[in-house]
Design a binder for this molecule. Structure first.
Ligand code: FAD
Ligand code: SF4
Length: 379
């Protein structure tokens, strides 16, 4: 962001005394205050306001959706909401990170299972409260699902550097490539445990031929493998969009998104609608894939058209079935979940696995809250 762009944007902020933008931030970061400091060119104080509450501040600045601080921004009533997340990311770039100021070690030890944003949030809170932390993570890197956010939206070096700032610390041990199976046995070795396991299960279409689909987690983990192909993406949310745009950026020939409702109903941000059009992804709105057939190395799809009925629901229009041939890959991108009946009892849980998060900032806040709960139970 250039100086004049930054100055123009910060000048638009009204400095609202009621701080609605702070109230809407799951982490309680105050845009009112950090923008005020930035207006005075005091980027260090502005960054300190953010980094004290948010352990992944630039990451959130890059990926936070517009449904928190921006949704309630008073400026939106006059013209347009302040670009708060962009300003946050820019302020961190200019003001830098404060070194972690940790209190004396109190001898308490926590285990965090899962090294995604919720695990990082919990780790940060434990450290601020004088605890030592062991993080167990199945993958060979920390970051969890945030690592699936494509590079064009979140440079992974930003995520890595911010995680490193929290965990590269003598009070934190990280066990990568370590899947914890027995949570109860682990609990016996610590003063407290937080489970932050994310959402490992992809939502299913429930159709014949579903086994031919590649789940979005697998696709986004290695998208370049599918260069030059004709790709079908099922789903109309942010995850489906990430798959479709990534496929285009990685050199797919044709990318078609099959969206059950209208394109205007897609649960994506306005800026993503623009990106979608720019990249040449074709959106087949009001259409559902109802069957997938293998034809040699290719896949044929049976597709049906939908209409929005009087109750506002998508309803299949019988008799509109058609067959579309020649897809190299079908990506299942309907989202993910943690099976409710598999949630271990008597554990403090955090992040997406609670079923009420879905964004990095919420997972961080949930992780911090979970750690506070464990700390209170130990007080
Ligand atoms: C494609 C995609 C795009 C997204 N885009 C955005 C966006 O633009 N903005 C936004 O805010 N959010 C976005 N999100 C959502 C965001 O990434 C998640 O909400 C967030 O990562 C959830 O954090 P979490 O820590 O709860 O779970 P996760 O990030 O899923 O982390 C859970 C971790 O636990 C580990 N784990 C699980 N079981 C075990 C075990 N038994 N032992 C050890 N480790 C285990 C997993 O390997 C994983 O690393 C996106 C997600 C995806 C998939
Ligand atoms: S609500 Fe908008 S205009 Fe008001 S202080 Fe927050 S960012 Fe500034």
């Amino acid at each position: 962001m250039l100086d004049n762009e930054l100055n123009k944007e910060t000048a638009r902020c009204l400095g609202c005394r009621a701080k609605p933008c702070q109230k809407a931030c799951p982490l309680g970061v105050s845009p009112t205050d950090f923008i005020k400091a930035a207006k005075e060119n005091d980027f260090k104080s502005a960054a300190a306001e953010i980094t004290f509450k948010n352990p992944l501040p630039q990451t959130c600045g890059l990926v936070c959706p517009d449904r928190f601080c921006q949704k309630v921004c008073i400026r939106a009533k006059m013209d347009q909401a302040i670009a708060i997340p962009c300003l946050q990311a820019e302020i961190i770039k200019r003001g830098g990170y404060q070194p972690l100021a940790l209190p004396q070690n109190n001898g308490k030890r926590a285990a965090i299972i899962g090294g995604g944003p919720a695990g990082i949030g919990a780790c940060y809170q434990f450290l601020l409260s004088g605890w030592s932390v062991d993080i167990y993570e199945t993958q060979n890197k920390l970051g969890g699902a945030a690592r699936l956010i494509p590079e064009y939206r979140l440079a992974h070096q930003v995520l890595d550097a911010e995680i490193k700032r929290i965990v590269e610390n003598e009070r934190v041990n990280v066990f990568l490539g370590t899947r914890v199976e027995d949570f109860v046995a682990l609990k016996a070795q610590y003063d407290g445990v937080v489970l932050a396991l994310g959402e490992p299960m992809s939502r299913k279409l429930g159709i014949i031929g579903e086994e031919y689909c590649v789940p979005f987690i697998e696709y986004l983990s290695n998208p370049t493998k599918f260069k030059g192909m004709k790709i079908c993406v099922t789903g109309g949310g942010e995850v489906a969009l990430d798959c479709a745009i990534t496929a285009k950026k990685c050199g797919a020939d044709t990318v078609e998104m099959f969206v059950r409702r209208r394109q205007s109903d897609m649960r994506i941000m306005a800026r993503d609608q623009v990106e979608l059009t720019k990249t040449g992804v074709q959106v087949r709105e009001l259409s559902s894939v109802i069957k997938i057939k293998q034809d040699g190395a290719k896949f044929d799809l049976n597709v049906i058209s939908n209409r929005i009925n009087d109750e506002g629901k998508a309803e299949a229009c019988i008799g509109t079935e058609q067959e579309l041939a020649g897809y190299d890959l079908v990506i299942q991108a309907l989202g993910a979940y943690y099976p409710e009946d598999k949630i271990p009892e008597n554990f403090v849980i955090a992040g997406d696995m609670t079923g009420v998060c879905g964004t990095v900032v919420q997972a961080l806040a949930s992780g911090k809250a979970a750690a506070r709960r464990v700390i209170e139970e130990n007080a």
